[in-house]
Design a protein around this ligand. Structure first.
Ligand SMILES: Cc1ncc(COP(=O)(O)O)c(C=O)c1O
Length: 633
């Protein structure tokens, strides 16, 4: 029960906290109710000890009772809770306007976990500063015995005190004991050009100015005077009808040079994304650099590790943008077969274990783990673990190109970044499929020694990704918070999943079954035996008719593409550019995605991102006709 005493404190008793035992959602609702209830009194003194103990006691008890499954469920609930935490914080800060803030980081985790929490807290602190005239007088770090990495924000105003539980994140301590990180010799991975790269004096100075106090008088900068630019401010209307505002001050920043890795606040948001979706085990070992789309990052990463002539292992088929870059660069591109689970570990092992002594051993493998372009394939967890183990065994870097991460239709598997214990993963993220392709925003997450060289490269090429795009993205993140971003990406994934289902239906309806006479089939199989085996065909005998599938494909669980193998047609390039185009239907011939483009391939890539259900139906009807004519049945 509530009791007020002379100092106007309120004691929050265990009885009132009972609903917290039920679920974290209830806990959140309850906390919000509690704040709602007492804010009018403008005097708050929550008995933090009880609240604290009760919440943890409850979660501990649940875990003990229900074991691992309960613990997973708890984590899920906690995650939902966490996704809203900034909102709550903002709400509380704007309502109570505290003038002292103390952030406590009680943690029993490793030092790294603690530092991660600290990093998160600093982000929160920057928010705190924006919301009130708070001077942060103390940042206290302490440990307790709870089996969680958690931190709490304690806010004190002159006569009030709110204890708000912000984060409680469960992590298994064992993981950290058994997987002690190894420290790689990063110099070994660097190309000759990357080894030579040194900081650009001017760019480093920009970074220094960005960090110096506003009272600093600088005669050093070569930046232009933004007051002379023709742009003053901007209002951007979002699809939900609300606006984001670039006032003159934001606009001035958006028109100016930036430090090379990116706008500091946007970098913080991207770090938050990495923490939220990948929880890198030791995030301190990595840093981020914002790039003009992930393609710029990819080019820079390839140049970071490769000398012309060096070998790199890639998915086959592979994203044509990367292949084209590597080809032009003069890399020795080594194709590793893929299947419905992405890069084939057996083929990878075979290639590496039989590597010719005369050839320099590869330093990196490049893969697209989710909704691959062009195959639509996603790696399952087992495959990821095996590939990681192989990379470990042969001391390879993993270049994880993941622009379709947010376009997943099933629960995401852990990324390579999240399972990286050695610091051998360079991850590329892209905002092209979620915010805008035209803003050209992506970011590279790389172990610091590699990141540093990549930044030096960026310093003397694009200098930095567009300041205007970065500012627009920042304003959007500030408006949305992580929860808004989460909702947005979930909506996107749903859209693409629906498109995928419609396209699969259209393909199955118009390309899958074709009546064929048995003699014709045998003739066909015999004549094409060099390309196809009988297993490629699904024969169905229905009412004395023999049916032959004209195509095979795997249904994707992420991304925007379906990779179709056309049975009985050797060269889809001719088929598409000569026959399909004439019937007004266009697909991408598979040859673009193979290292050897002089060969012919029986594949096409179908994209389901832009077309309407009607276009899918009409387009596949047309393509079905093309195939039937070509197969002459
Ligand atoms: C696998 C893959 N990587 C990278 C990119 C480049 O993306 P961005 O627009 O971020 O440069 C694409 C674009 O489609 C892609 O499919």
């Amino acid at each position: 029960m509530v009791k007020t005493n002379k100092t106007q404190s309120i004691l929050y008793s265990l009885d009132e906290l009972r609903p917290i035992r039920s679920s974290v959602d209830q806990c959140r609702t309850h906390l919000m109710k509690f704040i709602e209830q007492y804010k009018s009194m403008n005097v708050l003194d929550v008995e933090t000890r009880l609240l604290n103990r009760c919440v943890y006691k409850n979660w501990n008890a649940r875990r003990a009772e229900l074991g691992i499954q309960a613990s997973r469920r708890t984590v899920r609930l906690l995650e939902q809770f966490l996704s809203k935490r900034e909102q709550h914080l903002e709400q509380i800060l704007s309502e109570f306007k505290p003038d002292h803030v103390e952030i406590r980081l009680p943690s029993r985790g490793t030092l790294n976990q603690l530092l991660n929490s600290l990093e998160e807290s600093l982000l929160l602190l920057s928010k705190v500063k924006r919301f009130s005239k708070v001077t942060v007088d103390r940042l206290r770090v302490e440990c307790n015995r709870a089996n969680y990495v958690h931190y709490n924000i304690l806010m004190m105003s002159l006569c009030s005190r709110i204890y708000f539980l912000v984060v409680a994140l469960e992590k298994s301590q064992k993981e950290f004991c058994f997987n002690m990180p190894v420290y790689l010799d990063y110099a070994r991975f660097l190309s000759k050009a990357a080894t030579r790269r040194q900081p650009s004096a001017i760019r480093e100075a920009t970074q220094l100015f960005a960090r110096s106090p506003p009272t600093t008088i600088s005669f050093a900068s070569g930046s232009p005077n933004t007051s002379l630019f023709p742009f003053k401010e901007a209002t951007i209307t979002l699809i939900d009808g609300t606006n984001i505002q670039l006032d003159p001050s934001a606009m001035s920043k958006a028109l100016q040079y930036l430090p090379t890795p990116g706008q500091a606040d946007l970098l913080d948001w991207f770090k938050k994304l990495q923490n939220r979706y990948h929880s890198p085990r030791d995030f301190k070992r990595y840093d981020l650099c914002i790039t003009n789309g992930s393609m710029e990052g990819l080019g820079k990463v390839f140049e970071l590790v490769l000398n012309p002539g060096d070998s790199i292992l890639v998915d086959s088929p592979c994203y044509s943008g990367s292949l084209d870059f590597l080809r032009g660069f003069g890399a020795d591109i080594v194709s590793i077969d893929t299947d419905s689970n992405g890069m084939n570990d057996k083929h990878l092992n075979e290639i590496l274990s039989n590597w010719p002594e005369t050839k320099t051993f590869p330093k990196a493998l490049y893969t697209i783990p989710n909704g691959s372009n062009p195959t639509g394939a996603s790696m399952n967890f087992e495959r990821r673990k095996t590939i990681y183990e192989i990379a470990k065994k042969y001391d390879l870097l993993i270049i994880e190109d993941d622009p379709y991460y947010f376009l997943q239709f099933t629960k995401p598997e852990p990324s390579f970044l999240s399972m990286d214990i050695d610091g051998r993963v360079i991850r590329l993220d892209s905002m092209s499929k979620v915010l805008s392709a035209g803003m050209r925003l992506g970011f590279v997450t790389a172990p610091v020694p590699l990141w540093q060289k990549l930044v030096y490269h960026q310093q003397v090429t694009s200098m930095h990704a567009s300041s205007l795009s970065q500012m627009v993205a920042l304003k959007l993140f500030e408006k949305w918070n992580l929860s808004g971003f989460d909702e947005h990406t979930q909506r996107i994934a749903k859209f693409y999943e629906n498109q995928k289902t419609l396209m699969v239906d259209a393909i199955s309806k118009h390309l899958k079954e074709k009546k064929i006479q048995l003699e014709v089939l045998n003739l066909f199989l015999n004549s094409q035996s060099s390309i196809f085996s009988k297993e490629d065909f699904e024969l169905k005998v229905i009412k004395n008719n023999t049916y032959l599938d004209m195509v095979t494909f795997n249904e994707p669980t992420a991304g925007m593409f379906i990779w179709i193998k056309i049975l009985g047609i050797q060269d889809t390039r001719k088929l598409i550019y000569e026959k399909a185009l004439a019937k007004e239907v266009l697909l991408l011939p598979g040859s673009a995605f193979f290292v050897d483009q002089s060969k012919s391939y029986p594949f096409v890539r179908v994209s389901y991102s832009l077309c309407t259900p009607e276009q899918m139906e009409t387009g596949m009807t047309r393509f079905g006709k093309v195939l039937r004519e070509e197969l002459a049945c």
